[in-house]
Design a protein around this ligand. Sequence first.
Ligand code: DX5
Ligand code: ZN
Length: 205
Amino acid sequence: MEIAVSFLSIKSAKERMEVIKKLNNSSADYIHFDVADGKFVKEKYLCIPELVKLLKLSTKKNDVHLMVEDPIKYIEQIKNLNVDRITIHVEINKALKGILKYIKDSDIEAGIAVDLNTSIDFIKPYLKLVDSILIMSVKAGNGGQEFVPAVLEKIKKVPNNIKLEVDGGINNETIKWVKDADIIVSGSYILKDIDNNIEKLKNKE
Ligand code: DX5
Ligand code: ZN
């Protein structure tokens, strides 16, 4: 199991740079870049220039989670940077197959995300086009929410030949419920005490 650290709960650009530097020196496997456009979710987070700046600062593997209606304009700006995975949401009203192909053709792992209240059935047409499935265990848009246990039923339906990433409300207690995940995303729990809490999650897996 790999640990991806989200910093969505950090609201100041200066602090975001500081936390990337701290994560560079931590045992995190990935830095998880939550991007929100204020349309797919009401929050806005990481405009393209800041996303580019922070990706260039990161020395870890980078996992970009696009909570945006128009992923193409983000992908074209970051596809030649040190990005390991780009995940788009199944709920957006776009031709997903072409976007997923664009990510793959850029030699980047393609992920598809399912928000909290979306049926897992919606990703069936895309299973052959993605490297990973991101299951939201909170409602997309904010850090610091509680893990929603109902999502465990959804997780059981994820085919086991595709990487499973679980995102939201993961701490040293709830991680026990998602042992099958290949990657877990944790933000507010880890940011409380980066080095100790990453180790606690790694020891619980
Ligand atoms: C929510 C984001 C998650 C969230 C995780 O929209 O996609 O990555 O920031 O943070 P915690 O661990 O605080 O739920
Ligand atoms: Zn996320």
